[in-house]
Write a protein that binds this ligand. Structure first.
Ligand code: CUA
Length: 344
């Protein structure tokens, strides 16, 4: 129970912190993933479709609610009236009406939905599209840019799409374990990540800033803390980020001892650091850990204190996650955190 409370307050502190940090850096974090404020073509199509569905449902609600209210008031029991109400059984006309009208409504909604689904799914990737592979894990996102040689986690960077310079990002969605679902409400609808299958979707974000998303398919204990960020940048900022991320991890000669300690521990069997023997693939790639804003798939901001707390005992922060408490002694903890902090 107390773990639950800690986690919630950690998440709250984290979102406040991220907002402050982002404002300080002049970058906008769109705080609520609102489907009614679409910022990419797929999300806009879903938004327009949802308006139609809401309008049809509201009309049904008003008609049914109106007739019901009228009936309750008009035919209510009155004090001086003890007569039995007329006993009516069946009406061909009414039954045909309440069978045919709903079928027509469902047909219209199905056709409208199919049109949007087909338009989004059949979109062909232009030659200059950015390709990203997203792999769902319990409980974090592996993000790979196969053409750029980049592997990162939980925070996807993409260029902004403008009328003058459209920039489409095509996503391949896969899973390493169970079913997950990729959902950044302002950019697109949900698409599942399913084991042994590759799904796809695309986005063309029109506004710079950080868009928040999350896993939308129950995938185990920490499903609710499988958070996601899409950082939409100017083409120049994206190029700079991609250039930095595709380099091997920095190897600071002053941190030889710290690096040796890290490489001697079993961290390396789950995590990769490019240019070192650490090549595990079970956990997030750490080559440029310091370029990320959060730790633990968005659960806490990436600050020196939080990094230390996470390495010391990740279970205290995100209970049930697959990184165990490594029982590091004080020296090992210091050295691992020192080394990780150098991975810009
Ligand atoms: Cu992954 Cu829910």
């Amino acid at each position: 129970m107390s773990g639950q409370i800690d986690m919630n307050s950690a998440a709250r502190v984290s979102s406040v912190f991220c907002l402050v940090a982002a404002l300080a850096a002049g970058q906008i974090v769109h705080p609520v993933g609102n489907i009614f404020d679409p910022q990419a073509t797929p999300a806009e199509s879903v938004y327009h479709l949802s308006l139609l569905v809401i309008a049809v449902c509201a009309a049904i609600f008003l008609v049914v609610g109106g007739i019901l209210t009228f009936t309750i008031v008009r035919f209510r029991h009155r004090k001086d009236d003890d007569r039995e109400p007329a006993q009516v059984y069946g009406s061909g006309r009414i039954e045909i009406a309440w069978t045919v009208i709903p079928i027509l409504i469902v047909l219209v909604l199905t056709m409208a939905t199919a049109r949007v689904v087909i338009a989004l799914q059949n979109k062909r990737a232009p030659a200059d599209a950015l390709h990203v592979t997203v792999i769902g894990h319990q409980w974090w996102w592996e993000i790979r840019y196969p053409d750029l040689g980049i592997v990162t986690a939980n925070e996807m960077h993409v260029p902004v799409s403008t009328a003058a310079k459209p920039a489409l990002t095509f996503l391949k969605l896969q899973s390493a374990d169970v079913a997950h679902s990729f959902w950044v409400p302002q950019l697109s609808g949900k698409t599942d990540l399913i084991p042994n299958r590759t799904n796809s979707m695309w986005i063309d974000p029109r506004q710079q800033g950080t868009f928040l998303g999350n896993c939308a398919e129950y995938c185990g204990t920490q499903h609710a803390n499988m958070l996601l960020r899409v950082v939409v940048e100017s083409p120049e900022d994206f190029e700079n980020w991609a250039a930095a991320e595709s380099l091997n991890a920095v190897s600071d000669p002053n941190l030889g001892a710290a690096r040796s300690t890290f490489l001697s521990l079993s961290c390396v069997s789950c995590h990769s650091v490019s240019g070192t023997p650490a090549s595990g693939t079970f956990g997030p790639d750490l080559s440029h850990l310091m370029s990320r804003k959060t730790l633990g798939s968005g659960i806490i901001p990436n600050t020196p204190d939080n990094l230390r707390a996470w390495v010391k005992d990740p279970q205290a922060i995100k209970r049930g996650n697959l990184m165990p408490n490594m029982q590091l002694n004080a020296r090992e903890l210091d050295e691992v955190v020192t080394y990780l902090s150098s991975l810009k």
